[in-house]
Design a protein around this ligand. Structure first.
Ligand SMILES: NC(=O)c1ccc[n+]([C@@H]2O[C@H](COP(=O)([O-])OP(=O)(O)OC[C@H]3O[C@@H](n4cnc5c(N)ncnc54)[C@H](OP(=O)(O)O)[C@@H]3O)[C@@H](O)[C@H]2O)c1
Length: 259
């Protein structure tokens, strides 16, 4: 048996497809990566904290997951993540732009413009950077799909997280631009969750979960697996005629918008 045949024989069975998921050492990104691995994909995950990323790779299985540490807005990191995926797995079928930030709570009339720029840099420009690189490295020629994690905060006025909402609305438009430009090779969609129980959103429900849940007709807040299920669908051939859409995952929250 040649070295190449031996390598192929050792390769675990699966879909053969590969996903790059940003911000996936915990929370929604990690749940998406875990669901993709569970169906047989291999994943490249990113995050800033190297130790946390290592633990996440171990949890996913080092044979199916690779971690590339770095900050989402750093172009050198974007390049390194895409290069590492191509080097280790030879393809990038799917991109999940999940890394996001919301460093400021308060009225938008007083939001520091430097902070607003940082929010855009991390949430919007980074997603464009990863999409450009994935496109040129693989998807332009071979096809694939992209999911951008936006938020219900980008679909309505959200007091105290205005800059974040602006960035998520921009990300939804980025989804449209990319979907139009990348068709027919690549489908691009967004998922817009309401409150999902993660470290990121803890301030919105910790210590007052019953009160927070009262606005949700389905009687609970979201969990990362709710988002993962929708992402796995959009990143599958079952969603083969869906592009440019934003799927709202809100436990019915927006049903309260009527009179
Ligand atoms: N939870 C919600 O209610 C909710 C609702 C709607 C939308 N979202 C969106 O969902 C996405 C994930 O949020 P989450 O709730 O899962 O948050 P989370 O539990 O805090 O996880 C965030 C993940 O992203 C990584 N990360 C954070 N900032 C990063 C950066 N600048 N560069 C690279 N990696 C970064 C974190 O690792 P490190 O800290 O080590 O970098 C971690 O792995 C975000 O885009 C958020 O806007 C969340």
């Amino acid at each position: 048996m040649t070295a190449q045949e031996r390598e192929r024989a050792q390769e675990p069975a699966g879909t053969g497809r590969v996903a790059l998921v940003t911000g996936a050492s915990r929370g929604i990104g990690h749940a998406v990566a875990a669901a993709l691995v569970a169906r047989g994909d291999r994943v490249v995950i990113t995050g800033r904290n190297e130790e946390a990323l290592k633990d996440a790779v171990e949890a996913l299985g080092a044979d199916r997951a690779l971690g590339v540490p770095g900050k989402a807005h750093d172009e050198a990191h974007q390049a390194a993540a895409v290069e590492a995926a191509m080097e280790r797995f030879g393809r990038i079928d799917y991109l999940v732009n999940n890394a996001g930030t919301n460093p400021v709570f308060g009225p938008i009339t007083d939001t520091d413009l430097g902070v607003a720029r940082k929010v855009f840099e991390t949430n919007v420009v980074s997603a464009l950077g990863f999409a450009q690189r994935t496109w040129h490295a693989w998807q332009q020629e071979h096809g694939g799909a992209i999911v951008n994690i936006t938020s219900v905060a980008g679909l309505a006025a959200s007091p105290f997280v205005g800059a974040y909402g602006m960035s998520k609305a921009a990300m939804a438009n980025l989804t449209l631009q990319l979907a139009h430009e990348m068709a027919p090779k690549v489908r691009v969609n967004s998922l817009a969750p309401a409150v999902v129980k993660t470290r990121f959103a803890a301030a919105l429900y910790e210590g007052r979960e019953a009160e927070a849940v009262a606005s949700y007709p389905l009687g609970r807040l979201g969990v990362p697996e709710d988002v993962a299920g929708a992402a796995v669908f959009l990143l599958s051939d079952a969603a083969g005629w869906i592009t440019g859409q934003t799927l709202v995952l809100d436990g019915g929250l927006f049903l309260n918008a009527g009179i």
